[in-house]
Design a protein around this ligand. Structure first.
Ligand code: UD1
Length: 337
């Protein structure tokens, strides 16, 4: 019995594969390397000393998904594969809806065909839109403020409706806050193709001399230092949250709960940049810039439901996140020389 990890070569997927293997799970990994590369697979094997089956396939290729289920005894699916760049989703809504939704339909239809009923979905705190209060709890109102967010919300709704129609489905919706960091070995980390738009990859590019400007996107928000506050979570903690979810799904006989995966602590952009400089001894030379459109001033999680029901709690702090992210990047820079 194996766990199929779609998008398993990606940032969160690869760290989750490591934690699953370390927990003694058997995994089958699928990825089309759209926003990842095969070095992540080598990294997973080096860290764990374990091997696994890998399929270089696209979620839109239904016969390929079918083959994976025909060839393996898939007990559960963790579904990461999908496009995730918010500004790009605003430019190309049809591409985002088409890819993220059709990929999910394909996996769910194939699961149904093979009688596989346990699904863990890589959702996002984006489903809360701009929350009215913090900390954010799972029962807060849901809304989408961009096409990327719409795809997450539609898939969440689909899961809830599928469970309502057929209570044999166990679907666990994991709402990530802001994943950053890397495995402490430096063998896997965030390695996106193209120009990044999230804070930490931009910081890493600046630290590596790959970009000239690093700006705090606004310092006139109603927060202690004026910059936006987010709930940054170390990707290894996040990955462990998936191991807890898989165990929970195994113990459940139907249901569709959602869990926040965050630390419950909010840090400002300036606090993150200062922590990065402090732990890595690097002067980022950042400046204050204008606000970025669509940003909430403050958002952070209440992670207590995940602690209570999954027995999971984030353990690493922002210093670990900043140090591990930079360790990975330094190794990649040296390899690329
Ligand atoms: C973003 C997405 C969110 C998605 C999440 C994870 C938006 C509006 N939201 O969240 O839907 O689930 O990524 O992929 O894109 N910042 C700077 N300078 C920069 C870049 C960012 O100050 O050069 C600030 C941002 O204004 C924000 C914080 O850093 O306050 C974090 O930004 P980012 O990493 O993009 O995450 P979110 O916007 O929280």
């Amino acid at each position: 019995m194996a766990i199929l990890v779609t998008g398993g070569a990606g940032f969160i997927g690869s760290h989750t594969c490591v934690e699953l293997l370390n927990a003694g799970e058997e995994i089958v990994v699928m990825d089309n390397f759209y926003n990842s590369n095969s070095r992540a697979l080598d990294g997973i094997k080096e860290i764990t000393g374990k091997s696994f089956k890998f399929y270089e396939d696209d979620m839109l290729d239904m016969p390929a998904i079918d083959r994976i289920f025909a060839d393996n005894d898939i007990e559960q699916v963790i579904h990461f594969a999908g496009y995730k760049c918010v500004p790009e989703s605003v430019q190309k809504p049809l591409v985002y809806y088409s890819n993220n939704l059709r990929g999910t339909f394909n996996i769910l239809e194939t699961m149904k065909k093979y009688g596989c009923t346990k699904f863990v979905f890589s959702s996002s705190a984006t489903v809360y839109g701009i929350p009215e209060t913090v900390p954010v709890k799972e029962d807060f109102p849901l809304s989408a403020i961009n096409p990327y967010g719409s795809t997450k919300l539609i898939i969440e709704n689909l899961c809830r409706e599928m469970y309502a129609a057929d209570s044999s489905w166990t679907m666990i919706l994991l709402r990530y806050f802001n994943p950053v960091g890397a495995h402490k070995s430096g063998k896997i980390g965030e390695d996106p193709n193209g120009i990044p738009n999230n804070l930490m990859p931009i910081v890493l590019d600046k630290a590596a001399g790959k970009r000239d400007v690093l700006q705090v996107a606004g310092n006139d928000y109603p927060t202690p230092d004026g910059s936006c506050v987010r709930d940054y979570i170390h990707v290894v903690d996040l990955a462990k949250g998936h191991v807890a979810a898989v165990k929970k799904a195994r113990a459940m006989n139907g249901g569709c709960p959602a869990y926040n995966l965050g630390t419950g602590n909010g840090y400002s952009v300036i606090e993150i940049l200062d922590a990065f400089q402090r732990v890595n001894g690097i002067d980022l030379g950042y400046t204050i810039g204008p606000r970025r459109a669509g940003d909430a001033a403050t958002t952070y999680s209440d992670p207590s439901l995940a602690e209570k029901e999954l027995g999971w709690k984030a353990e690493l702090g922002i210093e670990d996140m900043c140090r591990d992210a930079w360790s990975f990047r330094k190794i990649r820079e040296a390899e690329n020389k």
